[in-house]
Each structure stands twice: as C-alpha cells, then as structure tokens.
Design a protein around this ligand. Structure first.
Ligand code: CA
Length: 218
C-alpha cells in the first residue's frame, strides 16, 4: 500500500512517515501542493494524508484537484477543530479529518479504516442502486458521486432499511473515530445534510428520528 504524506513542516512530515513505515506502508512525501499533484500523477497512490495549510496551492484545492480524477481516500489534517466542520460543509471531497497534534494510534486507525473496503453485495432500495465494490450510487440510473465517508454512511443506512442508527453507530461503520462526542454528532449531521442534498432527498430516503438518529425509508 502506497501512502502519500503532504505536509510542509518537515518535522511533522517525517514523524507521520515514520509511523506509517512502521506499519509496513510505503510512504511518499510531498512538501507542498504542487509536489503532491506531481507525485500523485506519477505513482500509484492508495491513500493521501493531506495537510490543510500548505504554501502555494492549499490543501482544499489539492483535494479538489485529486478528487476530480480519483476516488483515492484522502485524510485531511487540520490544526483547528472548528476547521473540520467548515471543511465538511465545503465539500472538499476529503473522506476523513484529523486534528493536529495526533497520536500514532489515531493516525494508523484512521488510515486502516479508510483503506478498509466494503466487502458486501449490491443493494437496491427504492430507486437507488448501490455497488460497494465500485463505490457506485445510482438514482434512477443516474450516477451520483459521494466521498468515501458519505458512501459508507449511505450504504449503512440503505443496507438496513427502517433500522434506526444513532450517530455513534453511523460513525462506527463509516470510520473509526476518536474525536469528542459533540464533534462526532455534528460531523454526522453535516455528512447527512450533504448526502440528502446530493440525493435531492425531499424526505424520501433518509429520515431523522428525533432524539435517536437516522434511518433509511419509513
Ligand atoms: Ca502546514
């Protein structure tokens, strides 16, 4: 597995690379956005750890550029917890967010989770067709693009129609997480909002169950 670490601060980049190498991953390093795009174009990268604040092209722009041509999992790293909500709202296309500083355990857990592929069959509910192998969602035969996390959340709900999932359960299935609980809730809500928007939901697919969580269908 090839992981690209994009970080302009050399000491942080080297520490991240060292943790990952310890786990047996092959690590490529880039010190800015331009170099990241070059390495990504040149190598077969399986996952990207991307710092938000970079010189020249910032992390958001790098993320969007890569997402335009690839579904590679992207974990964005930020210094401020508030930035995570903003980033989710911005639809950067990142799959997960980590706040700096983080422990090796958190980094590795997030990486493993992002790399874990959903190994279950195609689901068809109402007019949706979902293929986890291809990370494909079609509504009335028309393809809709989701980030990996959004895909995992939608897939969890659609696979279990009518079952109510708490925000915690949704996150457990979407990715390993060690953020404070209030951030978890708001993160799920932000993702659900994005999913509903992309599906043009109109109260048809995902329903809010007040005081509990979310469910798919009636
Ligand atoms: Ca930086």
């Amino acid at each position: 597995m090839n992981i690209l670490v994009v970080e302009d601060e050399k000491s942080i980049r080297e520490v991240e690379a060292a943790y990952l190498k310890q786990q047996g991953y092959t690590v490529f390093e880039a010190q800015d956005g331009e170099e990241a795009l070059e390495v990504f174009a040149d190598k077969s990268i399986d996952l990207i750890i991307l710092d938000l604040n970079l010189p020249s092209i910032d992390g958001i722009e790098v993320c969007r550029k890569i997402r335009n041509k690839s579904l590679v999992p992207i974990i964005m790293v930020t210094a401020r917890i508030e930035e995570i909500d903003e980033l989710v709202g911005l639809e950067t296309g990142a799959d997960d967010y980590i706040k700096k500083p983080f422990s090796p355990a958190i980094l590795i857990a997030r990486v493993k989770s992002a790399l874990r592929r959903v190994d279950e069959g195609i689901v068809e509910e109402m007019d949706l067709h979902i293929d986890p192998e291809k990370m494909l969602v079609e509504k009335e035969g028309k393809k809709i693009s989701f980030t990996t996390t959004q895909f995992n959340i939608l897939y969890t709900l659609v696979k279990n129609p009518g079952k109510v999932f708490t925000r915690e359960e949704i996150l457990d299935r979407a990715y390993d997480d060690s953020l404070p609980p209030d951030v978890l809730d708001r993160t799920v809500d932000a993702h659900i909002k994005s999913i509903r928007k992309k599906l043009d939901d109109k109260q048809k697919y995902i329903h809010t169950v007040i005081g509990k969580g979310y469910k798919f269908g009636e």
